[in-house]
Design a protein around this ligand. Structure first.
Ligand SMILES: *Cc1c(COP(=O)(O)O)cnc(C)c1O
Length: 430
């Protein structure tokens, strides 16, 4: 059973001040989970979770995670700039990018971020760009082929664009050592959104054994091993949440078995989780504004794929709670749709829900990661605001909604900008 940490009355009150649609993040949930992550890996003194900024690039949410020791994992210059603005020290910023432009490497180096290279050729590219190599460097591994977990879940790294082959890795560490690099990292991200507790311990075994081989063949003792992201969340009501304590303990066992006997008992474990840190704690709240009966039953809401793209892009399931009707029988079957001129703009297809009346509030679950962030402006739609549901139950605005001025901002050097009727549009419903 999936539940929400707020009531219909609470949401109606919030909606008086912040009209729907809006994102609502549950501060209590974020804090409890971040604390559980920290405890799960407390056995490793150097442990750090570098929160994948791309999942939820909101400074207020990142500041909460900072209280639990989290750094940031960045994939672009703007994410690095945000980390810098939050005064995050360089060693607490990871730059795990790929196909990286020169200026982004240069900026990452200038703020002292740890650079995680995605290819052998990037060693030379980085050196040519900044004129030296940083003292600390990490490399991303791609084992190729298929990678499977004991529960049958698998992915196909052989078909993914990321990382170095094992042969390239060994060559790269030798080269880095020769060029004076002093601290070394190893990173891999092999399966996304894994359910169950298997993924990190399995990946840890792969990377720890590789670390031993790297030591034997190149003389390089790794300083950190980065398990990256990929720990999943239960989007569907019949799925179970991963247990981070069990996962941490699973990684510890492999660490004791593989790294410690090889004299690598000082390796720090890093993670770069995005989805697991924030996904379950963000809701897209939207209101039913139209119902339509043609060949199917449709409920039109005031949010659309611009606010949450995962259903349209991946056919992803996002649970929906019709507020105030949590206990009602699910005796209707609806497509819940947004307003884009795109037939994939559907938050739910053939979903069993209680009877929805116009004006009902719907909470779309598990939108806290890769939700707002993936938003775009197709059809000229504007992005909504983000609110933090604080522990005292009060909402705090942590990003305002976009205005037409934002949408047209890239024309502000052009004459047409002066003729856009911002004022008239603003007053139309007053
Ligand atoms: C996307 C990404 C993450 C976060 O992945 P989640 O599935 O959200 O945990 C971490 N590291 C890198 C390099 C990524 O690209």
């Amino acid at each position: 059973m999936k539940t929400v940490p707020f009531t219909k009355e609470q949401l109606e009150k919030i909606a008086e001040k912040f009209p729907t649609p809006f994102y609502l993040y549950d501060e209590k949930g974020i804090r409890e989970n971040a604390d559980a992550v920290r405890k799960a890996f407390a056995w490793n003194p150097g442990f750090r979770e570098y929160f994948a900024v791309k999942a939820t690039p909101n400074p207020f949410l990142i500041e909460i995670l900072r209280e639990y020791g989290c750094g940031t994992d960045c994939s672009s210059i703007t994410e690095l700039m945000l980390s810098k603005a939050l005064d995050i020290p360089g060693e607490e910023i990871m730059f795990s990018s790929n196909d990286t432009p020169a200026e982004e490497f240069a900026y990452a180096d200038s703020i002292g971020a740890i650079i995680n290279l995605d290819d052998y050729t990037h060693i030379q590219y980085l050196e040519d760009t900044i004129g030296h190599l940083p003292k600390t460097l990490s490399l991303r591994f791609n084992p190729g082929g298929f990678y499977s977990l004991s529960n049958g879940i698998m992915d196909n790294p052989g078909d993914s664009k990321y990382g170095l082959t094992e042969e390239q890795l060994l060559k790269a560490y030798k080269l880095l050592k020769k060029k004076g690099v002093e601290r070394f990292g190893l990173h891999a991200f092999l399966v996304s959104n894994t359910v169950g507790n298997d993924y990190y311990p399995t990946l840890a075994k792969t990377l720890f054994e590789l670390a031993v081989k790297i030591k034997e063949e190149t003389g390089v003792s790794l300083d950190f091993i980065n398990l990256s992201g990929g720990v999943g969340i239960p989007y569907k009501p019949d799925e179970h949440a991963a247990n981070i304590a069990v996962i941490g303990e699973g990684v510890r066992k492999v660490y004791e078995k593989v790294l410690v006997p090889a004299g690598l008992g000082n390796v720090s474990i890093y993670t770069e989780m995005g989805r697991f840190m924030m996904g379950p704690y963000g809701y897209l709240v939207t209101r039913a504004i139209h119902e339509k009966h043609i060949y199917k039953e449709y409920i039109g809401v005031d949010a659309c794929a611009v606010n949450l793209m995962r259903p349209a892009m991946y056919g992803a399931y996002h649970h929906i709670t019709v507020m105030g009707k949590e206990k009602k029988r699910k005796d209707h079957v609806y497509d819940v749709v947004g307003s884009l001129c795109e037939n994939n703009d559907k938050f739910a297809v053939d979903r069993e829900l209680p009877r929805i009346e116009m004006g009902d509030l719907l909470a779309i679950h598990d939108a806290g990661a890769h939700g707002f962030a993936m938003g775009y402006n197709y059809n000229g739609k504007l992005k909504c605001c983000e609110l933090l549901l604080q522990e005292d139950g009060e909402p705090k605005l942590i990003r305002r909604a976009e205005r037409p001025e934002d949408y047209f901002a890239t024309f502000d050097d052009f004459d047409v900008f002066k003729k856009i009727p911002f004022e008239e549009a603003r007053n139309i419903l007053k």
